[in-house]
Design a protein around this ligand. Structure first.
Ligand code: ZN
Length: 65
């Protein structure tokens, strides 16, 4: 068991700035809120890791369902 992290460039849904997000790929599915590094708005991240080690990151407004 080891920590597995990777990085993904995401676009903030509020200010549109791109920045690098560190993703923990040891969890197959995660939802969490992290403030944008640029505008400090709360971004809802949904991370889905596939069986092949690839992952998808969705960045949405906090109140989007
Ligand atoms: Zn932002």
């Amino acid at each position: 068991m080891h920590l597995s992290t990777d990085t993904q460039i995401i676009d903030c849904p509020y200010c549109g700035e791109s920045y690098e997000l560190v993703v923990d790929t040891s969890e197959s599915e995660q939802r969490y809120i992290e403030d944008c590094y640029v505008c400090c708005a709360p971004i809802q991240f949904t991370v889905t890791v596939t069986g092949t080690g690839e992952f998808l990151v969705l960045a949405q407004h906090e109140n989007d369902c």
